[in-house]
Design a protein around this ligand. Structure first.
Ligand code: GLU
Ligand code: MG
Length: 437
């Protein structure tokens, strides 16, 4: 069939959805200079497409300006239209950054970290999801047969990631029926969040080529295994040398990385509003689901909020470049820009305040008494999105990381989202989120 190629300029928004506008591919050079028009209220479009209480209404004009290195051009070779899109930053029509641009929020955090400490963050988002094209069989948890039952989806996804400049690191059958996990190699700065956005889109794109879909929602059916997004991170100095590891320090955690983690955990109850950003996110943050319930640093503990990951222990093994921490309180409903930006802001705050490294837990913090938890500086995570939003509003330090307009938009957006599912029972909420993500 005769046809014309189309390019999309997109933005990953508060809902963590990628939305944008397309134009003829032959106009790409011109559009790279000019961008495409956008409007402020688009950031108030919730996951379910209803618009939350918007401060802008129908007024205002913005421009989506492509970040050239985020270009994705993947031809699946099956005759379907190639995926050709760019992620964008949002500017005012006079070329200044829009204060509610989420990628700018992240870049601002990275700039502050660099300027004040000389440090950079090196990270990778690890994604769990459900694929509805896999035959579900009893006993298939982590099974080789569960790899077989998903057919060619994984191979096509890995092809697409590499074609988009994202280096795949792994693909595995997860615990739940139809649940899988995909990982990519770490990148420095904003590129890691860009990769997370692109990875989710390419997973959906690959599934679509088979007439199926994936869901990154934290819960896709009641009682099923939860989908987390785990952010592995380490710190680099100005010369790109890893600085999170100190062989002489307890658990190998260097002083600077200890302060960084302490900042994250101190502000964690507020950060939840950004990292566990949906109503059903709080069905995941419950005991015995291999997801966190408290603000603890755990040594090799998969229910810790921040986990110290294993490293090679053979004598002479090179550890520093492999030493990393894993933030486990995020999921696929959150904006990767807000997640990484919030972690960097909070970590930097820990460095500014010279906070001591948290004492890692090696046991279940749920089993500690409230007094013991308080003595160890461990708090419970919020139990609902509304509680998380209220906690964020009370954390003046965290609020100050945001331009006023962005914080206001975020709170209105999320409260609008809550209102849209408030009257539904849990199964119906899970279904709605499963469809939207
Ligand atoms: N599915 C778990 C989560 O929701 C994580 C399981 C794992 O550690 O791989 O975070
Ligand atoms: Mg996993």
């Amino acid at each position: 069939m005769n046809r014309e190629d189309i390019v999309m300029f997109c933005v990953s928004d508060i809902a963590g959805k990628v939305r944008g506008k397309g134009f003829p591919a032959r106009d790409l050079e011109k559009r790279l200079e000019q961008g495409v028009g956008w409007t402020p209220t688009n950031i108030m479009i919730t996951a379910f497409s209803d618009i939350a209480d918007t401060p802008w209404g129908p007024r205002g004009d913005l421009v989506l300006v492509p970040v050239r290195e985020t270009e994705v051009k993947v031809d699946f070779g099956d005759g379907s239209a190639p995926e050709h899109f760019f992620l964008c930053e949002v500017q005012n029509t006079d070329g200044t950054p829009w204060e509610c641009c989420l990628r700018r929020f992240l870049r601002g955090a990275l700039d502050d970290l660099r300027r004040e400490t000389g440090l950079r963050i090196f990270s990778a988002f690890e994604h769990e999801f459900h694929y509805d094209g896999a035959e579900k069989r009893l006993g298939d948890a982590y099974a080789l047969d569960a790899f077989r039952t998903q057919g060619l989806f994984a191979s096509v996804l890995l092809y697409a990631l590499r074609a988009a400049g994202i280096e795949p690191d792994g693909f595995l059958p997860e615990y739940g029926a139809g649940q899988y996990e995909v990982t990519c190699t770490p990148s420095e700065g904003a590129a890691a969040a860009d990769a997370a956005v692109v990875l989710r889109e390419l997973a959906q794109a690959a599934a679509r080529r088979f007439g199926h879909r994936v869901s990154f929602s934290p819960l896709v059916t009641g009682g099923s295994a939860t989908n987390g997004v785990h952010v592995h991170f380490s710190l680099l100095d100005g010369d790109g040398r890893p600085v999170a590891y100190d062989p002489k320090a307890p658990f190998g955690l260097s002083e600077i990385a200890g302060r960084f983690v302490a900042g994250i955990l101190k502000h964690m109850p507020a950060l939840c509003a950004l990292t566990a950003a949906s109503v059903v996110s709080y069905e995941r943050l419950k005991p015995n689901q291999w997801s966190p319930t408290c603000t603890n640093l755990g040594y090799r503990d998969r229910e810790a909020c921040v986990r110290i990951c294993p490293v090679p222990e053979q004598p002479g093994a090179e550890v520093a470049s492999r030493y990393n921490l894993e933030f486990r309180a995020a999921d696929g409903c959150a904006s990767p820009y807000l997640v990484l930006g919030a972690l960097v802001h909070a970590g930097l705050e820990g460095i500014r305040q010279t906070l001591p490294a948290p004492r890692p837990t090696t046991d279940d913090p749920e089993k500690l008494s409230p007094a013991e938890r308080a003595e160890r500086g461990i708090a419970r995570l919020p139990r609902s999105l509304e509680e998380a939003l209220e906690t964020l509003e009370r954390d003046a330090t965290a609020c100050a990381w945001f331009p006023d307009a962005l914080l206001d938009a975020y709170l209105r957006h999320k409260r609008g989202e809550i209102a849209l599912v408030r009257d539904l029972d849990l199964d119906a909420q899970i279904e709605r989120y499963g469809e939207a993500y």
